[in-house]
Design a protein around this ligand. Structure first.
Ligand code: SF4
Length: 280
């Protein structure tokens, strides 16, 4: 049987900065005796990743001796900038630049942030290397069946038919338990709380796709995290001059911050997060 981690033509490994995609990278390194020459690893920083995520990306690169390209969205013609741990933005600058440039807030119906902040900068970076077609390894596990089925049905990226989506973890039957077991045996780890294998502060800290209860708990733990999201919702944007919202079907971030300060808890405990490409 073919090893899904074995690479023999141009491949981009999309590293989200989470445990799952880091595990995928480790498996690629094991299967190929290091990083194949036709492979690049990319991490797209939105500016809203928490510091432990940035440290984890750097630590994976250093410990596993693998170059990881840190990319950020820009409004320039090139469309991205390559940064590193020291120069990466940490105050949401790339994300804010996108909102101001597009003059609207992403939301569950129009989730342009993943595409604009992550997928397109990676595509532009790869095309800048002269690549015209490549495989994109994404960290989707076998237990994420809905996402697996959706991506398999499409086959290629939403953005470009030149990019073939590959899910080696799903192909190899890797579940969240395998990922947890792996990290328990490693000398380092992502220093973020994980509940049932889900990293609550992974990806953008208060991503609007996270359940309200989760965002509320995160704001209670770190009230200052809400400030950027509240400021974005207070912008006067062409799409909604009176003040836009990330979620029309729930409280604003200012309301969430007030509930958190009042120790309020008004939310549906059964609400699930909406999955997106950003991944774990
Ligand atoms: S984590 Fe959420 S807010 Fe951040 S880019 Fe992905 S979908 Fe958008």
């Amino acid at each position: 049987m073919r090893d899904p981690f074995k690479i023999d033509h141009p491949t981009c490994i999309s590293f989200s900065g989470g445990r799952t995609s880091a595990y995928m990278l480790w498996r690629v390194l094991q299967a190929n005796g290091g990083l194949p020459p036709t492979t690049v690893v990319c991490f797209a920083n939105t500016g809203k990743e928490v510091e432990p995520t940035l440290r984890f990306v750097r630590e994976c690169a250093e410990r596993w001796k693998v170059p990881i390209h840190w990319l950020e969205y820009r409004t320039t013609e090139v469309g991205f900038a390559e940064v590193d741990f020291a120069t990466a933005n940490r105050q949401g600058e790339p994300f804010e630049a996108l909102i101001r440039h597009r003059q609207y807030l992403p939301n569950p119906v129009a989730r342009a942030c993943t595409t604009s902040l992550k997928i397109r900068p990676m595509h532009k970076f790869l095309r800048g290397l002269g690549w015209t077609e490549w495989d994109q390894f994404i960290g989707i596990r076998a237990d994420e069946q809905r996402r697996v089925a959706k991506i398999r049905a499409r086959g290629h990226s939403t953005e470009s038919a030149s990019e073939i989506m590959c899910m080696p973890l799903a192909e190899a039957g890797i579940t969240v338990h395998d990922v947890i077991d792996f990290w328990q045996s490693q000398p380092f780890d992502l220093r973020l709380l994980s509940v049932n294998g889900r990293t609550l502060e992974g990806n953008c800290d208060l991503c609007f796709l996270k359940p309200q209860r989760q965002r509320l708990a995160l704001i209670k733990a770190r009230p200052e995290a809400a400030e950027w999201w509240i400021r974005m919702e207070s912008l006067n944007l062409a799409s909604k001059p009176s003040g836009a919202r990330f979620r029309a079907d729930g409280p604003t971030y200012a309301e969430l911050a007030r509930f958190a300060a009042d120790q309020g808890d008004l939310f549906d405990p059964a609400e699930e997060s909406i999955s997106c490409y950003c991944g774990d």
